[in-house]
Design a protein around this ligand. Sequence first.
Ligand SMILES: [Fe+2]
Length: 381
Amino acid sequence: MSSVWSAPNPILFGNGTASQVGAELAKLGCRRALVVFDKGVANAGIAGKITDIIKSAGISVVEFADVQADPPDWSVEAAGALGVAESVDCVVGVGGGSSLDTAKAAKLLITNPPPLKQYYGREGVVTKPSVPLIVIPTTAGTGSECTPGGVITDTERGIKTNIAGVGCAVTLGIVDPELTVGLPASVTASTGMDALCHCVESLTSARANDFSAVTGREGIALVAKYLVHAVENGADLDARRGMMLASSLGGISMSGALCHLSHDIGRSLGAKFHVAHGNGCAACLPQVLEAVSAVKPDEVHYFAECFGEKSAYDAARNLMKRIKLPNLKQLGLDRGALLDAVPDEVVMQCEMAAKAGIVTSPIPVTRELIADIVARAYDEN
Ligand SMILES: [Fe+2]
């Protein structure tokens, strides 16, 4: 087996590193920044802290403070249009995955004309370079600072799609665990499970390679060591740092290997039932790991060992209970509605990806398999 890994962009990692954002923008020659965030980041005081640091470096700030969850095309186009109208020369994304994906799309649209839909899902099309982009995650989960694209909701077709290419590439990721100290336990749990899914899905992906194996394994070990502590005591900075590192490792791990069934199901739950990304991706993780254990026995056994359990099924299920992650029932979802929608959607998405030459699941994806996984997750988790 040969393995190829390209470092997507530099990462500045460590407690207090957010204080360097102004100096880093100045080094890039920037004078006017579009700063992209949502109301939660503003209310937590983080957006104000970041914009103050940028201004103190002599760089003016234009705020796009209205990031939407699962960012829809119309919202990210508004962010891009603001950047063009205000003649910004750089973009800074601050927040969770939705803010960072909006910032990536805004960067793209500053030098590549709208509508955004002409750039969906066609990696390499966005070849026109754009302005510098610094992303500053405030959750430990998405790993978006290490991935070369973003996820956008295509509101015309009602599906999630991707943008990718040099036009939306991250110039620098600043990963400061101190920014996650005030996160509520429920968000720490949900985003932490997203990071765990990135690590274990890329480790067990049909596209897994030597690099995804190393980063995925280390990420799983970090989540096993720190997630419960981070949920139970948000001020535990060691736990926050461990989870932030796991999140970045998950982003690196999935960059080539990509995710599979847990994320395929999670995307469907997000698009059709508005389930938060981390909750949706984790909802069926025990059953997915059990399903792939026959073809990826060593990797699945490693997962169980990290959590001190005999089976990955028990490890994932018990972790979800310990961190009080809501299951499909607690999310208020209807079993029949799920089984009507999710299997067909997942199979369709996997078939579309396969036509583009991208197969990530280590086992064949059938309607029956997904229906069984979802039904069991509903009844058992
Ligand atoms: Fe994810």
